[in-house]
Design a protein around this ligand. Structure first.
Ligand SMILES: Nc1ncnc2c1ncn2[C@@H]1O[C@H](COP(=O)(O)OP(=O)(O)OP(=O)(O)O)[C@@H](O)[C@H]1O
Ligand SMILES: [Mg+2]
Length: 281
């Protein structure tokens, strides 16, 4: 996506010329980066630890304020939205989440309704319907009376996703939603994300470390290194030996499955010199 199309986006989400610096740091973590998030698609951020994935996600979700640059949400500068308007549109699952220990899954899901309620208004049938739908969709209905503190990591993830869904946001920001999950739960979360995208039309931004999950689920990939967008495009365009070498400094082999409709990134080793593999340049 070009710089021009990001600047003139009238719906969807774009960050224009973003510079982000943490207060105690001298150099910006993100410096003058422009990204356009395709509407109604799943965009995946990849990059090594510390490359700026969480920082960029938080900035696009307006949880961090850029030192320079703008975030445009549905044609308006995101700074013009009230916190309540933003909470109705943006659902965010951070890398680390914490809930009070004595909250049940169902109570957490009801928290997602706060942006939709007026001051002192009691729960409406619409709130209960949204929570019920969220519990069912996320697959956490069977856990509704369990305390969050007593859930496994995968179950906690489902509970947080239920809270996001009850919020009914158009945009979902998920920072490493599959970390700590076994393979089956990784697929469960990612299949759910795809359903939300395909059936409810949610625009999804997420970060993952597993390149094969990215290959399988992303419509659009943004690869970051040192706070810089190194490459963006479809998984076929971004998950190449050359780009992965530049981004992760790791040698990989890209393998197609026999049917030819999907491919896998096989990591070979840290640098070419350290790996004696035929075909490694
Ligand atoms: N709250 C903070 N205060 C100061 N520096 C921070 C803070 N959060 C992140 N950083 C720094 O910003 C840079 C980017 O961090 P960020 O968390 O965005 O990376 P990331 O790509 O999400 O990494 P990971 O894969 O480990 O989650 C790192 O150098 C990190 O040390
Ligand atoms: Mg992170």
């Amino acid at each position: 996506m070009s710089q021009e199309s990001a600047t003139f986006t009238i719906s969807g989400l774009a960050g224009n010329d973003l510079t982000v610096r943490y207060r105690q740091k001298q150099t910006p973590v993100i410096a003058g980066q422009t990204v356009a998030i395709p509407e109604g698609k799943i965009t995946v951020f990849i990059g090594p630890n510390g490359s700026g994935k969480s920082t960029l996600l938080k900035t696009l979700a307006w949880q961090l304020r850029p030192e320079m640059g703008t975030v445009i949400l549905d044609g308006r500068n995101i700074a013009e939205f009230s916190p309540k308007e933003l909470a109705c549109r943006l659902g965010i699952l951070f890398q680390e989440n914490s809930a009070p220990n004595d909250l049940t899954v169902e109570e957490l899901a009801y928290h997602g309704r706060y942006p939709h309620r007026r001051l002192f208004e009691s729960l409406t049938p619409e709130d209960s319907e949204a929570v019920e739908r969220a519990l069912q969709l996320s697959g956490s209905d069977r856990l509704r009376h369990h305390l969050i503190s007593q859930l496994s990591s995968g179950q906690k993830q489902l509970a947080w996703i239920a809270m996001l869904l009850s919020q009914s946001p158009k945009y979902l920001f998920l920072d490493e939603p599959t970390t700590f999950l076994d393979m089956a739960h990784q697929f469960e979360i990612m299949d759910l994300v795809r359903r939300l995208n395909r059936e409810l039309g949610n625009t999804v931004l997420l970060s993952v470390h597993d390149l094969n999950l990215a290959a399988r689920y992303a419509d659009h990939i943004i690869a970051l290194r040192d706070g810089r967008v190194v490459a963006e495009g479809s998984s076929e365009e971004v998950l190449t030996v050359e780009i992965l070498r530049e981004v992760f400094q790791v040698e990989t082999r890209i393998v197609r499955d026999l049917a030819g409709d999907s491919f896998y990134c096989v990591p070979l080793g840290k640098t070419c010199e350290q790996v004696s593999v035929k075909g490694c340049r």
